[in-house]
Design a protein around this ligand. Structure first.
Ligand code: ADP
Ligand code: MG
Length: 321
C-alpha cells in the first residue's frame, strides 16, 4: 500500500476527519484551513511520542492511538481551551493494515470523546513515532497560563495522583496484573483530558497546567512562572484505592509526588472561588497553598517541611523532553 492510499484509507476516511464547525478545509490539500470565531484565540500544542521512550515498542495500536491524542488534548484542557483540530505526523517502520486499523480506531474513539477533528499530517517510514499538534480555541485573554498564582491562593488538583506512574510496571510487564491494576492501566492508556474542568477554571483559577512530569516537578513550573512559593501538604494528596492496593502507602505517595503521566490538572485558586468551583460539580482537591517566596516545598502532617523521598524509581519516560 502506497503512502497516498494509506492516507486515504486510514486517515482521510476516518469519522474524525470529516467536515466540522471551524474546519474550513481538512485532509487532502497542502494546508488545512481553520476558522476561529472573532474574539477567540487559537491555542496550539505539539507532543512527540517515540517508541521505546514514551511507550513500549509493542504497545497495542488502539491503546496507543487513544493515549497519544489524550495526552495532547490534555494541554488544551490545561489552558482552558476547547479542542478544535489536530494533525498527526506518523513515522512507521512498516505498513501493517491490522495495526493501522487498530490505531485509527483508538484515535477515533478519543477524538469523539474530546470533540476534535483530524485535519492533516505527514506519513513517513522509520522507527515508530507520533507527533500530534492540537489546536483549540479560547476566548481572547482568558487562557489559563502558569504565570498568575498569587500568595494566599489555594493549590489544588483535579483528581487522583500517581495512577499513571503506578500503571507503568504493569504496562512494561515487570509485574503480573492483579485485580486493581486494571484501573491503573485504564488511566495510563486512556487518561481523559479534563476539558470541562479547564473551561470552568477560566474565570476562577489564577494559574494552571496538566501534570505530565510529576506533581512536584510541574508545580515547579507554576512557582517559577508566577514568582511564588508552593507548599504541598503530603497528607492531602488524593490517592486511588487501586494505587494504594497495588503499591502500598509509602510508594503510592512517592508516585503521586514524583511519577509522571497523570494528566490531571493542577491549579491555583483564590480561596473565595473554591465554593463556586465545587458548586459547578467540578472535581477539586486542595493539596496546599501559595506563599510569597520561591520553589516547591513539601509539608508533613505536622506542617514541617520535609524532603521528598524517591527510591530510585526510574520513569519509563524519564529521559523525555
Ligand atoms: P505535502 O506533500 O503537500 O506535504 P502529503 O502528501 O504529505 O502533502 O499529504 C497529503 C495530504 O494528506 C495532506 O493534506 C496531509 O495533511 C494529509 N496527511 C498526510 N499524512 C497524514 C496523516 N498521517 N494523518 C492525517 N492526514 C495526513
Ligand atoms: Mg504540499
Amino acid at each position: 500500500m502506497g503512502e497516498f492510499e494509506l492516507i486515504r484509507h486510514y486517515f482521510a476516511a476516518a469519522a474524525c476527519a470529516q467536515a466540522a464547525d471551524g474546519v474550513v478545509l481538512g485532509i487532502g490539500d497542502d494546508c488545512a484551513l481553520l476558522e476561529v470565531p472573532a474574539g477567540e484565540q487559537l491555542a496550539v500544542s505539539t507532543d512527540t511520542l517515540v517508541a521505546g521512550v514514551h511507550f513500549p515498542v509493542d504497545a497495542p495500536g488502539e491503546l496507543l492511538g487513544q493515549r497519544a491524542l489524550a495526552v495532547s488534548v490534555s494541554d488544551l484542557a490545561a489552558m482552558g481551551a476547547t479542542p478544535l483540530a489536530f494533525t498527526l505526523a506518523l513515522t512507521l517502520p512498516e505498513v501493517s493494515p491490522d495495526w493501522l486499523a487498530d490505531f485509527t480506531a483508538g484515535l477515533e474513539s478519543m477524538a469523539r470523546q474530546c470533540g476534535v477533528r483530524l485535519v492533516g499530517g505527514d506519513t513517513t517510514r522509520g522507527p515508530l513515532s507520533l507527533t500530534l499538534t492540537v489546536f483549540g480555541r479560547v476566548p481572547a485573554g482568558q487562557a489559563l497560563t502558569r504565570a498568575g498564582a498569587r500568595p494566599g491562593d489555594l493549590l489544588c488538583v483535579g483528581g487522583n495522583l500517581g495512577n499513571g506512574a503506578g500503571a507503568l510496571p504493569f504496562v512494561l510487564g515487570e509485574r503480573a496484573e492483579q485485580a486493581q491494576s486494571t484501573e491503573l492501566l485504564a488511566h495510563y492508556w486512556s487518561p481523559m483530558p479534563q476539558l470541562q474542568l479547564g473551561k470552568a477554571l477560566r474565570c476562577l483559577a489564577t494559574a494552571a497546567l496538566d501534570i505530565s512530569d510529576g506533581l512536584l516537578a510541574d508545580c515547579g513550573h507554576i512557582a517559577r512562572a508566577s514568582g511564588v512559593a508552593l507548599f504541598v501538604e503530603q497528607q492531602r494528596l488524593p490517592l486511588s484505592a487501586a494505587l494504594l492496593a497495588c503499591m502500598g502507602d509509602e510508594r503510592a505517595r512517592q508516585l503521586a509526588l514524583g511519577g509522571g503521566d497523570d494528566y490531571v490538572l493542577a491549579f491555583t485558586l483564590p480561596t473565595e472561588k473554591l465554593d463556586a468551583l465545587r458548586a459547578m460539580g467540578q472535581p477539586v482537591t486542595v493539596i496546599g497553598r501559595v506563599e510569597a517566596g520561591q520553589g516547591v516545598h513539601l509539608l508533613d502532617a505536622d506542617g514541617r517541611v520535609i524532603e521528598p523521598r524517591y527510591s530510585g524509581y526510574q520513569h519509563f519516560g524519564s529521559n523525555r523532553d
